[in-house]
Design a binder for this molecule. Sequence first.
Ligand code: HEM
Length: 468
Amino acid sequence: MTRRLSISTVPVPRWLESRVLRGGTAQPEHLAAPPPGSGLRAVPGDPGLPVVGHGLEWMRYGPQFERARVTRYGPVSWMKAFGIKMAMVGGADATQAVLTNKDKAFSQSGWNLFFDPFFRRGLLLLDDEHLQHRRIMQQAFTRPRLAAYAEVAGQVARAGLADLPARFAVHPLMARLTMDIGSQVFMASAPGTNEPVLRAFKAAVDGTTALARFPVPGGKWQAGLRGRRMLEEHFTAGLPAKRHSDGSDLFSVLASARDEDGQRFTDTEVVDHMIFLMLAALDTSATTVTAAMYHLARRPEWQERARAESVALGPAPDIDGLDRLTTLDLVVKESLRLVAPLPTYVRRTIRDVDLTGYHLPAGTTTVVMPAANHYDPAYWRDPDAFDPDRFAEPRREDRAHRFAWLPFGGGAHKCIGMVLGFLEVKTILHELLLRHRWRLPEGYRMRWDWSNAPFPVDGLPVHLDRST
Ligand code: HEM
């Protein structure tokens, strides 16, 4: 099994690892002095190493690093990474304050750090126009629309999973499958017929993590810009036909969607939204299926329990059938808790803010860390354990706080594709469960790469046995 080059696999001496995961030993420094007499606390933290700050540890250890920050400094701290100072927010109360954004002090422009210029003007990046755009886009996510997307997703999943080898790497396969599903559901393009667009999309995604963030010939940034241009050309060329189509693909639906006041998207807006929707939907679903397959392989009793429900439901379920797969619901929720596919939510303060008693100055990039809440022992019993029943009655540990479990975010920008994402992930797992049992290689140790959307560094090798 070939490993992708990943910072997670670079050997690090154990003493250094444990020092990093204890949160380092630097003396705390303050982000900024609170206004005199405000009664606010200064945000504690430390810049990390010269130039790289804490970027390398963050990318290598992901949630473990974030939990260590909260343990060391509390729910609000600061550090340097990617060339800037940022406030790191964990803990359900501080998270709630940032994401619900009652005083409109946090702007979505924080996300520009990663997404601009490749995914500019996607719904997640909008502030003032957000509500109006969301109202129009909501028309593409009604129950009848979702039922139609789910049906198409099921067809593509069945074809894509029909002929699996006895041993394969899960993540590359799921990344491909979710792209094929996305192609069909979003654009009515059959798998294999949309390769240049998918390549352009991949280049744009890779551009977001370019180290040199300017056009260097042959570099990721330049390739990403080319990818973005190509996506714009593709969607712009296809739009006139979609404006007049009554197709049930998301592109057609978005092109004709109108809110209650009859407002619809301009051509440029449809194009910007389509490009962002691809980003929002594809990697997140692939990560979720991969995480769920990993846990189901480690815990065959859960795999059997989920399979029994899938067998009882039978092949090609509709949206109502998928809703009845309650064990898969629990498994997917728990997988999303343990590995949040979008590991950070980024904002920027547009004025000085009192964040649960901490002083955040204007212009601070503010990073919410869902993992800090997802592993918080105040809400979760034995938080490192895979225990899907924690989401079932009577335990319902997720109800301990509105922001204890937030893999889809919260507040006005909460994921608009949450139900569709769930349906797609459940469809894929259901089709797998019907056909196969899967297990991990002997002594397998999972290592996630956290530098972007999380993926297993070795792709996650599994062995398949037919289930019937
Ligand atoms: C398991 C799958 C998914 C996960 C874990 C996920 C996660 C998230 C999260 C955490 C946010 C909010 C980020 C923030 O507040 O900064 C978000 C927003 C968003 N997601 Fe998803 N997502 C998933 C699937 C999808 C799908 C399938 C679509 C569309 C087809 C989608 C479209 C969007 C959009 C458009 C936004 C921006 C919403 C707004 O700003 O109002 N997502 N997603």
